[in-house]
Design a protein around this ligand. Structure first.
Ligand code: ATP
Ligand code: MG
Length: 505
């Protein structure tokens, strides 16, 4: 049997026929059967451009329904889809093309010239373009190409995609994901979150990360549901669309913005059945406020580029604020000592490790890094610290790389941040470790005050007195207008560490 993930999707698309698949506010979109037919034409274009099974197709284009059709057409011809952040500069694209050696690079129509020069430099044989109104040379080619109506045979273990990690802790790594990885996770999530043909997902995420691409689109395809494609998060539009939507998938910043908006009411969310949050920690406070204002408990889940989704709060049952829930069916986890990989006792903090059909097969051309993080027994070392509470809900404590070791003691930034955030006038905070001659690392806080609030260092330090052990208290407190965040709302602690690196020197 053909284990190409697209074979599963194609079957659903055929069954769903005239039902909407992707819609846009501009009235442009595709019904399931139309989308299926469009993938045949696009696949024909890919073949004519020289894409053969196993070839990477690198893509840096703005979000549009056709981008998803290109992803699907790539799977159809047995290619490996490789989406790139739309924010990458020419120099960064140069690195990724040289690293991934794609057979084709699809760029925005406006970037064709620079793309061609980068392609020439890096030995990429073909460039095509794709715009946001079904324009660009790829679409032109698809119009006249001989449709490719078969689905190339793939094995479960063949690559379906290479997805670069978000680069929060360093240079992005290319995670190699197989048809099994993506297919098993999509089926699991569709079931766990009760997706059905009646669902209409409000899609406001970028589609070059696992969240917006695989979680959102693959689950929609598995369920035969539909999605409204929005170019980005815009609260006005979300409020307008919620009465016609059933599910929203968001990063925590979506929810903090919605909660701060007077339009958030039980009425406006009455048609919605599910709000999912992930990619970064959702604070317990936002979770509670959202529930108070709407009656909906946000479902927080945890995952990453390398593993798809691993842990999720339950659909039925308590969705516990500040936790990421329990393992999804088929996924195993353990919390271990960072050095020995031996499980730590329940309630203690350790490294979160994951095993399951969802776990990637390695980093593209990084065998050493792969060996370090993908253990022989199949567990993947996530780099996140976690603990499990007495009711089996997992709490993500933070990234191992963000752990501060001061005077030989471990300081978990989240613990300190939570106490700082309770102080009147604090909007949010980030705690980092900075090089310190005496202590190794000095605990340091960067605090964002509420608009109009006046706060000083002494006030923050006073507030921490008596609430936290001395060694956890920051040596210095800095104030900023905001925290540096990437498109997924992840705080870029690297940038903060760089900015304040000389504090104790
Ligand atoms: P890089 O690996 O390149 O440094 P990254 O880890 O941010 O970047 P992604 O794979 O996009 O790249 O993100 C996965 C990470 O996001 C997880 O390892 C975790 O730290 C964080 N994350 C995802 N969901 C949650 C969540 N619900 N709560 C807390 N953290 C989360
Ligand atoms: Mg990571």
């Amino acid at each position: 049997m053909n284990q190409n993930l697209f074979a599963t999707f194609a079957k659903r698309m055929r069954e769903r026929g005239d039902a909407d698949f992707i819609t846009t506010r501009q009235g442009r979109g595709y019904r399931h059967a139309e989308a299926l037919a469009a993938t045949e034409r696009l696949a024909g274009a890919l073949v004519e451009l020289g894409v053969t099974p196993g070839d990477r197709v690198a893509v840096q284009v703005d979000k549009s329904p056709e981008t998803i059709l290109l992803y699907l057409a790539t799977l159809r011809v047995g290619g490996v889809y490789l989406p790139l952040n739309t924010g990458y500069t020419g120099e960064e694209i140069h690195y990724f093309l040289a690293d991934a050696e794609p057979a084709l690079f699809v760029c925005r129509p406006a970037d064709v010239e620079s793309a061609q020069s980068i392609a020439a430099d890096t030995g990429c044989p073909q460039v095509a373009s794709l715009g946001t109104t079904a324009d660009g040379s790829l679409m032109e080619k698809a119009e006249v190409a001989v449709p490719h109506d078969s689905i190339v045979e793939r094995d479960d273990n063949d690559l379906a995609a290479i997805l670069y990690t978000s680069g929060t802790t360093g240079r992005s790594k290319g995670a190699m994901l197989t048809h099994r990885n993506l297919g098993s996770n999509a089926a699991t999530l569709a079931k766990a979150w009760h997706f059905s043909e009646r669902d209409r997902l409000i899609h406001a995420l970028p589609i070059f990360h696992t969240h917006g691409l695989f979680v959102a689109c693959n689950v929609t395809l598995m369920a035969g549901a539909s999605m409204l494609f929005l170019p980005k998060f815009d609260a006005d539009v979300i409020f307008e669309e919620m009465p016609r939507g059933t599910v929203l998938m968001g990063v925590p910043t979506f929810y903090t913005r919605l909660v701060a908006d007077a339009r958030l009411t039980p009425d406006v969310t009455a048609n919605m059945r599910l709000f999912v949050s992930g990619s970064a920690p959702l604070t317990a406070e936002t979770h509670r406020e959202f529930e108070q204002k709407t009656g909906h408990a946000i479902l927080e889940r945890y995952g990453m580029t390398e593993t798809n989704m691993n842990l999720s709060n339950p659909y039925d049952g308590e969705r516990r604020a500040g936790t990421v829930g329990m393992p999804l069916p088929g996924v195993e986890y353990r919390i271990t000592d960072r050095e020995t990989h031996e499980p730590v006792p329940q309630g203690e903090i350790g490294m979160l490790e994951i095993r399951g059909p969802n776990v990637f097969v390695g980093y593209w051309r990084m065998p050493e890094k792969t060996r370090e993080e993908l253990l022989e027994d199949g567990f993947f070392v996530t780099g996140d610290l976690a603990m499990v509470d007495e009711r089996s809900y997992v709490h993500i404590v933070g990234r191992d790389k963000d752990l501060v070791i001061s005077g030989g003691y471990n300081v978990y930034p989240k613990e300190v941040e939570q106490v700082i955030d309770e102080l009147e006038g604090v909007h949010e905070s980030a705690v980092i470790g900075l090089p310190h001659a005496d202590l190794g690392e000095g605990v340091t806080a960067v605090v964002v005050p509420e608009p109009g609030a006046s706060l000083d260092e002494a006030q923050v330090l006073d507030h921490l007195q008596g609430q936290l052990a001395k060694y956890k208290q920051p040596k210095r407190v800095f104030f900023a207008d905001g925290l540096p965040r990437n498109t997924m709302g992840k705080v870029q602690k690297n940038q903060l560490r760089e900015q304040y690196q000389d504090t104790y020197r």
